[in-house]
Design a protein around this ligand. Sequence first.
Ligand SMILES: [Zn+2]
Length: 358
Amino acid sequence: MSTLLPFLPLMPEESVTSYAARVTALHHGGSARAFLRCLGVAYAPIVAGDPDALAAFADLTAVPADDIARAALTARGHIHCFRGELVQQKMLRCAQTHICPRCLAADIATSTLPTTAAVYGRMIWQFRPIRACPHHHVLLEPIGEAGHGDNAHDFARTIASTLSTIDDRATSAQPVERSAAEAYLVARFSNTPTPSPLLDAMPWYAAARTCEAVGIVALHVANVERRALSEVARREAANHGFHIVHGGEASVRSFLDDLRGRQKTWKPEYHGSRTPYGSLQVFLTFPRPDPGYAPLRRIVHEHALQHIPFGPGDRVVGFPSIVDGFTRSRRQLSRPGSIPSASAKFRSRKGSSHRMPR
Ligand SMILES: [Zn+2]
């Protein structure tokens, strides 16, 4: 296959779809899908992370195939994979493009390329749990729907109408505090992740959701609906939750003790219900228990067995509670399918089940 000249480098952190759009903007303009089709490369498989399509695109652009592969998001049904980390489809912003205007202003200021080929989309902007730029510490901003068809995933065309106001956007961007949760999540995509034993034992999507869910319950009323909170409030909650979970099992147990302390009075109808864990219990069980959350569910379950009276048939965080006392519950814990065996299964797959080869 012929190689496009001049060579356009793939930028650090750039998504492969942004790169495809910039290649098109530099050489042809118009639709990336149509341009690549004319050159014998299918666009949709690139968006889906198909290895053969990515290899063909690497040949066309002369970018090393490994670099192209590391910039791609691979679709596996409702789960996507980026650099070995699993991200749920619902965590992707998809056509609702977000940007850091200060990153884009810097792209323009430091490039000799035409503007539409100079600005590029960072992969992490596509992930909903990342709400601020890790370099400029301002909130990411939506720039409207990209639409469908040829415009879908075409960053250069999506951003085009925003470029005239990018300096104003860069000036007015909303500064925010650094988030340890976001820093941890971003670092998992790098070669130097930040160790955090409980979160490291979860897939990326579960680590992200765990931080937010724990933080929301810690900072708000137990049964708060997370969608009722603003993005800024959810970001603050995720950061708070990260510090709790990052502190390890003792820190999580202390947090659960605090939740229990909020329960001033016990009412029989509350036994085995969402209280005192509130939305945390819903998060761990709805629509069904996800093995990705096993490290947190094990701690919550054991805490419940130790501190909360349950009746026969009650369930907590998706697993049977005690029937006639804690001693019997300990025997239940050793049965196949109970919490320890389930979490042991998860741990046995750790390193292979929730991470794909980078
Ligand atoms: Zn930025």
